[in-house]
Ligand binder design. Structure first.
Ligand SMILES: [Zn+2]
Length: 75
């Protein structure tokens, strides 16, 4: 894991729709883009992503709850 280029908190509070799970959310908004492993392929740059989705992408389903609690991407 940790194969990301951008993974950060961009807004502490907003009313938005997460681009991954398509759920309406209120709260923290994250921006995410993974690193490309394929030449010429640019991974999608997500500009509105919820905490659950970004922590899952970055840390995987086993670790994300713990990391989210620690707020390791929120700094
Ligand atoms: Zn989501």
């Amino acid at each position: 894991m940790s194969s990301y280029k951008i993974a950060k908190l961009i807004k502490p509070f907003s009313n938005y729709k997460c681009e991954i799970c398509n759920k309406h959310r209120m709260g923290k908004v994250y921006e995410y883009q993974s690193i490309s492993f394929v030449r010429g392929y640019v991974p999608r740059h997500f500009k509105e992503m919820c905490g659950d989705c970004i922590y899952k992408e970055v840390y995987g389903t086993n670790l994300y709850k713990k990391k989210k609690k620690e707020g390791s991407l929120d700094k």
